[in-house]
Design a binder for this molecule. Structure first.
Ligand code: SF4
Length: 333
């Protein structure tokens, strides 16, 4: 199976529970950014995500409260660099105790020191390594030499130690799709369990001109769609067809909610128009209908999986053919 059975079943149970309650909108993924401290300053990253002080990190109990409040079955721990969070072990253990699934998103530089041998492999824990290209490109994106070699070494070591290992690649305007294919080959040879390839999004605080227009996303993702037939990509075929310009969806910004050192971020993972102290305030005052419609100018070039993967899944009920394709994609992947 493309996704382990326990993740698939928990996600289906979560959807059924919400369906029975009549909920039209509910989170599937919580992006937990427990700190805005990082050991890199990548060129595509928003400034606030790597300039924060460690003392301003989210206290452990607030992370758990946020998780309990939103109820998402999947937690993506990112940041900043989450391996720098001093209470990472307790955080991961607490999330596992709540029977949620974790993607630990990391640049891999501290995996050896902070994770391997300190936090045991677990079926609910996936380590997700950032890799934006082959050596020269990735080191340029990370603004530091040696990051690519370390990431590949840690991918192999993670597999050797029994962790579930993913990679996460952002496609920028200059990204060569031949290079993305070469990267897929390298990751497969290293034993990767799954690969996420996403289009870059221009955060308001990033002034570098490296991001894609919608037309450029469509062109690049036609190639990604081809790659998905040969490699274990974790994006659904429907989402990839959307990114390739072959389908249209409204956004589902509420499906991926983001908790940060500044509180709940609204309306979505990408846009921090407002930050809220409490879940109720965030959930009940955000104008979901407006953001679903993609009419805001900040949404014009956005085709991010955090907004649209859920739309692809929620639309399945209208197409038995897509439902069968999705089941086959997961079962046979
Ligand atoms: S389209 Fe993109 S930027 Fe707009 S609300 Fe959805 S995820 Fe956010």
């Amino acid at each position: 199976m493309r996704f382990p059975l326990h993740i698939t079943l928990d996600s289906i149970r979560h959807q059924m529970r919400n369906g029975l309650k009549g909920n039209k909108r509910y989170p599937m993924v919580m992006m937990l950014e427990p700190l805005y401290t990082c050991n890199l300053a990548c060129i595509g990253c928003s400034t606030e995500r790597h300039t924060g002080k460690l003392k301003d990190r989210v206290p452990l109990e607030n992370c758990f409260k946020a998780l309990d409040d939103c109820g998402a079955p999947i937690v993506s721990i990112c940041g900043g660099e989450p391996t720098l969070y001093p209470e990472l072990k307790e955080l991961i253990e607490g999330i596992i105790a709540r029977k949620r699934h974790i993607y630990l998103c990391t640049n891999a530089l501290c995996l050896e020191k902070k994770v391997y041998g300190k936090i045991d492999p677990h079926k609910r824990l996936t380590i997700n390594i950032h890799l934006d290209g082959m050596r020269e490109t990735h080191d340029m994106v990370c603004a530091k030499e040696g990051v690519f070699d370390e990431a590949i070494a840690m991918l192999k070591e993670g597999k050797r130690l029994g962790y579930h290992m993913y990679t996460n690649t952002t496609v920028y305007r200059e990204t060569s799709m031949e290079e993305v294919e070469e990267l897929c080959e390298v990751c497969v040879a290293a034993g990767v369990d799954g690969m996420l390839i996403a289009p870059g999004y221009q955060y308001s605080s990033v002034d570098k001109d490296i991001f894609l227009s919608r037309q450029q996303i469509n062109e690049k993702f036609k190639r990604v769609l081809e790659l998905s037939k040969r490699y274990r990509l974790s994006s659904t075929p429907m989402y990839l067809e959307f990114a390739a310009g072959m389908r249209n969806y409204n956004c589902s910004p509420w499906s991926t909610v983001t908790y940060t050192p500044n509180g709940w971020k609204g309306p979505c993972y990408l846009i921090g128009k407002n930050f809220f102290e409490t879940w109720d305030e965030f959930w009940n005052t955000t104008d979901w209908e407006y953001w679903e419609s993609r009419q805001d100018k900040l949404c014009q070039n956005c085709m991010m999986h955090s907004g649209f993967e859920a739309s692809a899944v929620f639309e399945l009920k209208h197409s038995p053919k897509d439902m069968v394709r999705m089941a086959a994609w997961n079962l046979l992947g």
